[in-house]
Ligand binder design. Sequence first.
Ligand code: SAH
Ligand code: SF4
Length: 360
Amino acid sequence: MTIKRQNILGMPLEDLVSFFNEIEEKDYRAKQLMQWIYSKHIYDFDLMTNFNLELRSHLNQNCSLDFDDAIRSELSEDGTQKWLIGKKDNQIIETVFIPEEKRGTLCISSQVGCLIDCPFCATGHQGFNRNLSSSEIIGQVLLAREELGEGRLTNIVFMGMGEPLANYPEVIKAIKILNDPHGCNISRRRITVSTSGLVPQLYKLSEEVGVSLAVSLHAANDVLRDELVPINRKHPIGELLDACWHYADFQNLRSVTFEYTMLKGVNDSAKDAKQLSKLLKNKPAKVNLIPFNPFPGVRFKPTDQNKINDFRNILLESGIMTTTRKTRGDDIQAACGQLSGQVMNLAKKTLRQKLKKTLH
Ligand code: SAH
Ligand code: SF4
């Protein structure tokens, strides 16, 4: 009979302290374990030389520090790198690294698929499979760190597959580890949670570590947003914005970023821009316009660049700081909203066969 070992990789410091106390070890063991993992890159209990033999043997028998390997890695012409990570239950998730001059951003997944079902998003089209555990979320960061080498990873964004606030407990554990000086030691403002607008969880999040917040707005009125971001039917724009202003105020955040994917003829008119300005004027808000990234089978089209510029200018005239996101990694289907696109198409069958081979 095989004994199921507990994966303790996803435990934040406070949980590790309780874990060690339960086996009659002192609190400081928790920090020691984190130092092995995050400073020394050691994942083998036998090599943790400041743990006595008895403790090492207990950990070996009952625990693991497992994270999944990439079954495929793809490098875009612009330097963006995407890893497809195979799970033991045959699921596949994606993690993307975006290098820039002064920073390196890792875009991580929080769920396999997504329940929110925004019609312009490839992850939504895939449907929902399951939540990722905090070990699986942290595992993506460790995999990228091992592949990229020390010092390249400066920022983390929860903008991969899934709605992070729909997997709240596991995402919070992961955020605590990312932010912990004994963990990944990434400052809270360099960690961004992007949400489609789960209002109760947003209020809860404002009580936590104070990460940067991005909100997927995509429409400036409820009729259109009900269609583009279906969670709006439950939590309409007014309610969502109140939660955002509360978050900014409570966490002393200079601004909340509002993501707005530009969909041709749908949400990109001058009237839309004026409506959006009215909502955000004189508020702690900035806007990030995202060029739509198409994928097979989707009914939307990207807005032309000159119309994106016109839209941006209307917002700027109202004093709203507005940027246009540069599309990165689209040649390897790693751009926003394209995650799962390729897995859904040609590569899916071969990848699953490969995954089966590595697991059995
Ligand atoms: N579920 C979260 C985070 C993941 S999506 C959220 O919705 O915020 C990250 C961003 O990419 C979101 O703003 C999302 O709306 C946007 N996006 C999704 N599909 C897109 C597509 N096909 N083209 C451009 N942006 C897209
Ligand atoms: Fe889910 Fe975000 Fe995609 Fe909407 S945009 S379906 S919330 S991953």
